[in-house]
Ligand binder design. Structure first.
Ligand code: DON
Length: 314
């Protein structure tokens, strides 16, 4: 057992206690009504390494929905389904500096394709590329891929959260129709069908342990050290991790890169998936969000761990 692992084991409980109070400065997301009931002061973590040993702490077995974290995996599946050329004809490779659900650049910049696959507009475009004969089939294919990555056949989506998001998704509907206007979605695309798949994959329910397992595979270039199988082509994982670093925390990605310096993706249910390349997959949950839609205590925890262990890539 190496020194860093032993120090993580010793220190994670203390860091959880130190970071939990920051939750008071944030709030659980309320624009999706079903998310508002989450315990705002919860904080949990799971760290997994290639030999299968893990460090867990706090509310690591609490269930929550992936929300935007799922976008990393729909990107991977869309790349495997269609190849890079098709995917990057519909979505760009640049950070926006805008909120995750902004419509602004779709009108301001030509051509009107979303800047990247991790903002809502980009993720809706990516979801439209997932192969399958109908929305149920596409949802099932995404679920199957998530189950493989998380190493859990039981993974499923939360119907209540998916319905709750759909009921109030005025902005995502606007984004989708704008994408159709701009030719990113064809005139024949059934917008409600694309959105239903999008809401379903955002509502996939996980714990920190699942995220850590998914992160471990990303940390090893798509190779799952636990089953010794290459689950995703290495090049696609590199693309996904690059987007996580440049766009994964939305318009706080630059600050996160300076303070923490590793690829990560947040979701509005308070989850963060983080990757220490070549070493660990990390899942964090803390439902209280800051104004940018990222877990406030979760970011503190990742910052503390990264600084203490010198994880920054830079
Ligand atoms: O489309 C939405 O608004 C949500 N289903 C996902 C947004 C999200 O998680 C943003 N992340 N911080």
């Amino acid at each position: 057992m190496n020194e860093q692992w032993m120090s993580l084991q010793t220190n994670v409980p203390r860091w959880l206690d130190e970071c939990r109070p920051y939750a008071k400065e944030g709030k659980a997301a309320a624009y999706i009504p079903a998310l508002a009931i989450a315990p705002a002061d919860a904080l949990g973590i799971s760290i997994l390494r290639a030999d299968g040993s893990s460090i867990t702490g706090g509310d690591s077995s609490m269930k929550f929905t992936m929300q935007s974290i799922s976008k990393v995996f729909t990107l991977l599946l869309a790349l495997m389904d269609n190849g890079e050329e098709v995917v990057f004809s519909k979505v760009g490779m640049e950070p926006t500096g805008d909120d995750f659900n902004s419509i602004l650049k779709l009108e301001l910049v030509e051509p009107g394709i979303p800047f990247n696959p991790l903002i809502n507009a980009g993720a809706i475009a990516v979801t439209s590329l997932i192969k399958g004969s109908n929305p149920a089939d596409k949802t099932e294919r995404i679920l199957e891929f998530m189950r493989l990555m998380a190493g859990d056949e039981q993974l499923d989506y939360n119907r209540i959260v998916s319905k709750s998001e759909s009921a109030t998704a005025y902005r995502n509907r606007s984004l989708a129709y704008f994408l159709q206007e701009n030719g990113v979605l064809s005139p024949h695309t059934n917008i409600e069908e694309v959105l239903s798949v999008y809401f379903n994959h955002c509502a996939i329910e996980v714990t920190c342990n699942h995220l850590a397992r998914m992160g471990l595979i990303l940390a090893h270039g798509g190779f799952d050290p636990l089953t010794e199988r290459q689950l995703v082509p290495k090049r696609y994982v590199r693309i996904a991790k690059t987007f996580m670093l440049t766009c994964g925390m939305y318009n706080a990605s630059g600050e996160f890169a300076i303070r923490v310096g590793i690829p990560a993706k947040s979701g509005v249910a308070g989850g963060i998936l983080a990757v220490v390349p070549g070493q660990y997959g990390i899942g964090v949950v803390g439902p209280a969000l800051n104004s940018r839609g990222n877990s406030i205590a979760g970011i503190r925890l990742l910052e503390t761990m990264s600084v203490q262990n010198d994880w920054s890539l830079f």
